[in-house]
Design a binder for this molecule. Structure first.
Ligand SMILES: Cc1cc2nc3c(=O)[nH]c(=O)nc-3n(C[C@H](O)[C@H](O)[C@H](O)COP(=O)(O)OP(=O)(O)OC[C@H]3O[C@@H](n4cnc5c(N)ncnc54)[C@H](O)[C@@H]3O)c2cc1C
Length: 449
């Protein structure tokens, strides 16, 4: 019988899993170890970013009493997206859906964790113990024990019946899997840098709309080399706005900035005049953005998410880190939680069956969503145009004649809970076309063509 479940990482995946496990069975004792401090004690973090939770993510939260209400209070409902029309010199907004319940909840990742923690605390359940400032250093899969640091210097060896690695992209639990025979793992660093900035939301920027932009700049003296820049201004709670920017940059460059930016005033000018017209940032905010270390985008793929002998399993970003292009990382993490919890119930804690079935189901899903992320992101201008035009037509036709025309790819992703593998199957033609075109673009950029 499983008694003690140890979860490494108190991010959205680890915390949601704790809720489900407490509901699942009375005999589980759950310990969560988190390397950072309690987010409720931290002052406002500049580098925390806003994520969007659509139907999939929301459904996972709604299954726990009171949780969705608590999370919803900390987010903003996004009903519209907007892009800037250079021709008409104004922002044009589009409704996500005619159904007012089909919104994306925009929430700061830290606020999401805080809501999950507050609701765990309300349960005042002595079967759960959360220890902050407790990094996991090592995992002994053979002896079912983890080595942790607690109270700053003290090392602790903690045994477990089931170990859950919910410790994100650089997972220490996954590190231990890597030493096991037959565990196949791929990690890809994209040539993309990103930064985040939080500013007060200007009055002309609506609280229910996300504002997107995308630019392609040709590099001087090169016919083929181009720099992609994309980003969004996303409303946050307390009349704030989160600006996220992604651009092509060498993976080794740690303090890069978007293309065409040399000085603070370049940044202020480009934001206000070209990228997010109407949004002004102060000298101080420009300086803060400029000096921020840029983050990189990592994608990981594993051939299994469990170790039978070690009685250990990976969930969330620890299992499948991906680019944020389609905004699915957290929702895919929540889906891992639902499936793991369901299997524990159905298979009466028989770990051999639970873990094997979990990998069988979730590896397929994890691979499908990481592939959708990379393979539905065209780089060539003609294909961006074609893809976006077809997408626009599909959305309109489906909204007007839902019985005759299938929902577009983005609707399936954000307004249904259809498995990622099924969506990938439906859109395999576009995925193949974009993969082929992107590969061709890369060959040209490298000068091989
Ligand atoms: C810019 C950006 C935008 C995004 N937008 C969206 C979006 O719109 N929608 C969406 O669904 N997803 C989005 N995501 C992805 C989403 O943030 C992640 O998928 C999600 O946070 C994964 O949750 P997690 O709990 O698996 O991992 P994490 O959030 O990474 O949490 C892991 C936790 O483990 C802790 N930890 C790490 N190592 C150790 C250790 N050794 N010992 C103890 N603790 C440890 C960490 O401190 C952390 O708290 C976005 C991501 C980025 C970067």
């Amino acid at each position: 019988m499983i008694k003690h479940i140890v979860i490494i990482g108190a991010g959205p995946a680890g915390l949601l899993l704790a809720h489900y496990l407490l509901n699942n069975s009375n005999h589980y004792q759950i310990s969560i170890y988190e390397k950072r401090s309690d987010p409720r004690e931290n002052t406002y973090s500049n580098r925390a970013f806003v994520i969007g939770l659509t139907k999939r993510g929301q459904q996972a939260l709604k299954a726990i009493d009171g949780l969705w209400l608590s999370v919803r209070k900390k987010g903003m409902e996004m009903h519209k997206t907007s892009t800037y029309s250079q021709k008409q010199k104004k922002w044009q907004s589009f409704s996500r859906s005619q159904d007012s319940e089909q919104f994306s909840l925009l929430i700061n990742r830290n606020d999401l964790c805080i809501a999950l923690l507050n609701e765990l605390e309300k349960r005042s359940d002595n079967r759960l113990k959360i220890t902050f400032n407790a990094p996991c250093l090592d995992v002994d899969l053979k002896n079912h024990a983890v080595k942790l640091v607690v109270n700053d210097t003290q090392t602790l060896s903690q045994s477990y019946d089931l170990l859950v690695g919910a410790d994100g992209v650089r997972s220490s639990v996954k590190e231990a899997f890597l030493k096991q025979p037959g565990f196949d793992f791929q990690q890809k660093y994209f040539d993309i840098g990103w930064k985040v900035l939080h500013i007060p939301r200007p009055q002309n920027i609506s609280g229910d709309t996300s504002y997107f932009f995308r630019k392609i700049y040709q590099e001087n003296n090169s016919k083929f080399k181009q720099h992609n820049l994309s980003g969004a201004a996303i409303p946050e709670l307390n009349d704030r706005l989160c600006i996220l920017m992604f651009w092509t940059q060498e993976a080794t460059q740690i303090r890069g900035n978007p293309p065409r930016i040399q000085t603070y005033s370049d940044l202020q000018k480009m934001i206000n005049e070209e990228w997010l017209p109407g949004i002004q940032i102060s000298d101080e905010q420009a300086q803060e953005f400029f000096n921020q270390r840029s983050s990189t985008v990592v994608e990981t793929k594993c051939n299994r998410y469990h170790d039978l002998q070690g009685q250990a399993v990976l969930i969330g970003d620890a299992a499948h880190a991906m680019s944020s292009y389609l905004g699915q990382g957290c929702q895919a993490a929540f889906n891992d939680v639902l499936v793991l919890d369901k299997l524990l119930k159905e298979e009466a804690d028989n770990l051999d069956i639970v873990l094997t079935k979990y990998s069988q189901q979730q590896v397929k899903e994890g691979h499908a969503i990481t592939d959708l992320n990379t393979q539905l992101s065209p780089k060539a201008k003609w294909l961006i145009f074609l893809f976006n035009t077809v997408r626009g037509i599909e959305i309109k036709l489906n909204q007007q004649f839902p019985k005759l025309f299938n929902p577009s790819f983005f609707v399936l992703l954000s307004q249904t809970t259809m498995p990622y593998s099924e969506i990938a199957h439906k859109f395999s033609f576009w995925m193949r076309l974009i993969k082929w075109s992107n590969k061709k673009a890369l060959t040209k950029t490298n000068g091989i063509d």
